[in-house]
Design a protein around this ligand. Structure first.
Ligand code: ADP
Ligand code: MG
Ligand code: MG
Length: 921
């Protein structure tokens, strides 16, 4: 109903009232009976605003309002914190639209309209201004609201909330250094004790109490801020809008944006929306919910609510919310409506939604929706279930699984037999799946200290807050006595993939005594407890863990594990990944066992076998040392002859495990001194064993000492200096190949020469390898298929790739050394400066974990292009640490590598990441 013209006195043109397109563009987008925006406009309207618009478009009950665009935020900072002139009239028109739809008027003395002012960046962002509710109240409108609703208690409750929120958020009346409590809460506590001599619930406060609180709040504001609380609704509104834009540049927001790489130019939007009231009485309430369980993925309505409360009460933890299923009993109609909304949301957004609602006198209103954060386990189940429900296709299902969390699925669970024996002492909400056992600590600092000493730690708290974060990271698991699905602990668990049980209310946590009591038992700090984040159970003592169903099924061939839903879903997802993937996934494995584990996880070969690891076992190290200490070629050959059978045996085992898949075998790489004993005692020992004076050993150790071993006598330089070492290794490979091939197993050795920078280096080694191949084939009367290639791991190798490819049949990027040499940074020494580099944002991510695309990536790209110019079918892989890192894998897909190689337990992550990289390309 058009009861009022926009105060700005714009023309009467109906449709363009809020458009203001004439001068300076459109800054205000309406939602409600007319909706200007939609869900795809997150850059302009922010995540909250865009989805409010989208919900209006699909007919969900959303209180009307408008969104001030992110462009205004940008303008604000480009123009010394002022607004575009067209903004105010557009806001006035927007407010008029709300007034028409609600039949209330802003600042009216009969039927006042109250609004909320809500910030809204593209993604919700901690550090941004908190929402302000009930804006528009003053000493007059509060009376009007009380009369109009015949509910003065409600009106005064709104008023005291408003002064409290506005005072805190806009006027900055907050806890000062040294104060334990928020100043407004202190005032409330004071009044409660004065009048009731105890801490009663807020809902028990009378009209008179609330009036008194308002008086005291206003006095507090005056004292702290030095001026009166603003009474004009428009002043209040502009103040709140300014505070939202202002908060875009506060320290916390800036730090967050840096961390997550969010450009400052994005800006935040502001939403102004008609209030709906969850605090009018027993038929009202407020809640948050997920369309499915975000912890374990179960398709159930999941969430919590509070009767007679406004939204902030639910998350604030002052009162304990009830699970949303309980709403059935309180307000059955509203529950039904929410169920309907739940279905509608999923059908429309085709993803699990995390939404906020308020019920006013039995009527449901939607206040927010967004894609819900989820654990890896929930993500997997969501994706497979939604595919089956035909909500999404298989490609979308693959994309819905975050690759960087995926390893959580392989984490251990509790051994079923052990759980049966264990003593369950409490149950809470299963907020982060998995199993965790640890010694309990009740405070973050002590938890961190214990974990630094190597203790597995369980952090136990009443509830957690951001101050506990360090402790939460250090802990194996988190257990809280209070709090529900929207509690801090649950949120963090979902994001970090921590095992978590929250709201185990049977636990009595005593911070002072540092004890946890339950059912007559008392646990002290340092005592063991175990939590099952999948079932929500809490156990006394230490419960043994077992491998995850996926590991049990794939690696231990456990039939019952294979029947679990988790296992089946995993296999389904991996099948889809194979359909999407272009790159292969190989593994870095030095033993037959590692190789077969990786193959069970879906690896299709070995991308890197480090032969030197084979020299450390048992007596081998003695033969190796003998070889290194040898003074003549004859002596060295004799020692190498001792090593040959060991190597042959190792390679044969690996070939058998691979059963036809290729194996890239890298020849000896580390500097020789690494094999020699460094302490005098060990040197004496060795001297005795070899029957030489200890001085011989000591002088050889001294001789081999290098100032900079990483850049010293290592890699192909060893094989060039001592060709007989490479000859022995080549012979061992080919003899093993001959043996295994005769057993009827296909063998595909790929011999890899490390640290090549010059073509000639490779050529010299090639000669040795081919010679050994010829000999063995003749001796054994077999024909072997093999190839010889090189690692590209120093910049010269990358730059000279065209020339090197004349001799190399394949390249494998050794991105660890390539990063070290390109950046001139030793990985092992980087701990002393890299953390500061990250803080100063000289590097965005640890370059040894995620490839430095701009720098090192260029070398990879150059080598790929130049290598393939020479040899079109040059096979290209990567075997550095980066081969298991999702971000790096995306890059390797883009430059067109044939495969990535990573550690066995990382293989599923790499398969997922490789599939996703192929799908987004
Ligand atoms: P956040 O981004 O921190 O979730 P919101 O802007 O979503 O902040 O506001 C928090 C809560 O405030 C909402 O979940 C809702 O319960 C309440 N709220 C916000 N706007 C309104 C409104 N117009 N009417 C009633 N409650 C509201
Ligand atoms: Mg919200
Ligand atoms: Mg290397």
């Amino acid at each position: 109903m058009a009861r009022k013209k926009a105060a700005g006195g714009q023309a009467k043109r109906k449709t363009s009232k809020a458009n203001g397109a004439a001068k300076g563009g459109k800054y205000v987008y309406l939602f409600g009976s007319r909706t200007d925006g939609n869900g795809s406009m997150k850059p302009l309207l922010g995540g909250k605003g865009a989805n409010l618009a989208e919900m209006c478009r699909i007919g969900l009950p959303v209180p009307p309002g408008f969104t001030i665009t992110t462009e205004v935020c940008t303008y604000y900072y480009e123009h010394k914190r002022t607004y575009p002139p067209a903004l105010r009239p557009q806001m006035e028109a927007g407010l008029a639209a709300i007034e028409r739809q609600t039949r209330k008027k802003f600042g009216d003395l009969n039927n006042p309209l109250l609004v909320s002012v809500r910030s809204g960046a593209r993604d919700s962002m901690p550090g941004m201004m908190d929402t302000i509710l009930n804006l528009g109240l003053n000493d007059q409108t509060v009376e009007a609201l009380g009369r109009k609703t015949s509910n003065p208690r409600f009106a005064w409750d709104c008023y005291r909330r408003f002064i409290q929120m506005y005072g805190d958020v806009v006027l900055g009346v907050q806890k000062r250094a040294g104060e334990d409590h928020e100043p407004f809460e202190t005032v409330i506590d004071g009044l409660k004790h004065e009048r009731y001599h105890q801490a009663i619930e807020d809902t028990k406060l009378t009209v008179d109490d609330l009036k008194e609180l308002v008086t005291r709040f206003k006095a507090l504001v005056k004292e702290r801020v030095g001026r009166e609380f603003p009474t004009s609704p428009w002043d209040q509104l502009m103040g709140a809008v300014g505070a939202v834009f202002g908060s875009w540049m506060n320290d916390r927001a800036i730090v967050y944006r840096r961390k997550y790489n969010i450009p400052t130019e994005w800006g935040t939007a502001v939403n102004v929306q008609a209030m709906v009231y969850g605090n009018t009485g027993e038929k009202s309430g407020s809640g948050v919910a997920f369309t499915r369980n975000p912890a374990n993925g179960v398709k159930e309505f999941y969430g919590e609510f509070l009767i007679n409360a406004q939204g902030e009460d639910v998350v604030a933890g002052v009162r304990t919310p009830e699970p949303v299923s309980e709403l059935k009993n309180h307000l059955p109609k509203a529950y039904q409506e929410l169920e309907r909304i739940r279905q509608t949301l999923e059908k429309h957004f085709r993803d699990v939604q995390d939404f906020e609602f308020t019920i006013e006198d039995g009527v449901v209103y939607m206040l927010q929706t967004r894609n819900g954060k989820r654990t890896a386990m929930a993500a997997l189940k969501f994706s497979v279930d939604m595919f089956k429900e035909k909500l999404i296709d298989w490609k979308t299902a693959v994309m819905r699984n975050p690759a960087d969390q995926f390893e959580q699925l392989l984490a251990p669970v509790f051994d079923t037999a052990e759980v049966a024996k264990a003593q369950a002492i409490a149950t809470g909400l299963p907020a982060g799946p998995g199993a965790a056992s640890g010694q309990i600590y009740l405070n973050a600092d002590r938890a961190v200290a214990a974990s630094e000493k190597g203790q597995p730690v369980l952090l136990v708290r009443l509830e957690t807050s951001p101050e506990d974060l360090r402790g939460m990271i250090a802990a194996e698991g988190i257990l809280t006595a209070r709090g529900g699905v929207s509690s801090h602990a649950a949120l963090v668990a979902r994001q970090m993939g921590k095992v978590c049980v929250c709201g185990a209310s049977a636990l009595e946590v005593d911070y002072q005594a540092r004890t946890v009591s339950v059912e007559g038992q008392t646990f002290k700090e340092g005592d063991w407890m175990s939590i099952d984040g999948t079932s929500g159970k809490v156990f006394a003592g230490r419960v043994k863990t077992a491998p995850s169903e996926i590991v049990a099924g794939l690696i231990h061939d456990d039939a019952s594990a294979k029947k679990t839903e988790k296992f089946k879903n995993f296999q389904q997802l991996m099948k889809w990944c194979d359909q999407a993937t272009r790159m292969g996934v190989r593994t870095n494995a030095d033993t037959p066992e590692q190789a077969s584990n990786a193959i069970a996880f879906g690896a299709t070969g070995i991308g890197l076998t480090r032969t030197e690891h084979m020299f450390f076992e048992g007596d081998r190290i003695d033969a190796m040392r003998e070889m290194i200490l040898a003074e003549t070629l004859e002596e060295r050959k004799a020692a190498l002859a001792k090593l040959l059978p060991y190597q042959r045996e190792d390679f044969a085992g690996i070939f058998r495990a691979l059963d036809g898949y290729p194996a890239t075998i890298r020849f000896l790489d580390p500097p020789l001194h690494e094999f020699l004993p460094q302490t005098e005692e060990q040197q004496r020992d060795l001297a005795k064993k070899l029957g030489v004076p200890v001085s011989v050993i000591q002088s050889r150790v001294a001789q081999l000492h290098e100032f900079n071993p990483m850049l010293g006598f290592r890699g192909c330089r060893l094989g060039i200096g001592y060709p007989e070492i490479s000859a022995m290794q080549a012979r061992a490979v080919f003899e093993a190949a001959a043996i295994v091939q005769k057993e009827g197993i296909k063998v595909r050795p790929e011999i890899m020469i490390p640290l090549v920078g010059f073509k000639k280096e490779l050529d010299l080694q090639l000669e040795v390898v081919h010679q050994a191949a010829r000999e063995v084939q003749q001796e054994q009367r077999v024909k072997l298929t093999y190839s010889v290639g090189t690692m590209i791991e120093i910049p010269r190798g990358a730059l000279m790739a065209d020339e090197i490819a004349q001799s190399a049949e394949f390249f494998s990027f050794g991105t660890n050394d390539l990063t070290q040499t390109a950046l001139g940074m030793s990985r092992d020494d980087s701990g002393s400066f890299l953390p500061q580099y990250a803080e100063l944002e000289i590097v965005k991510k640890n370059p040894f974990a995620t490839i430095d695309i701009a720098g090192v990536g260029q070398l990879v790209d150059i080598a790929v292009k130049r290598g393939r110019t020479t040899r079109k079918d040059l096979k290209l892989g990567i075997c550095g640490e980066h081969g298991g890192d999702p971000d790096s894998i995306r890059f390797f897909e883009q430059v067109g590598l044939d495969y990535v190689s990573c550690s066995p337990f990382r293989v599923p992550v790499a398969r997922l990441a490789a599939a996703q990289a192929a799908l987004v390309k």
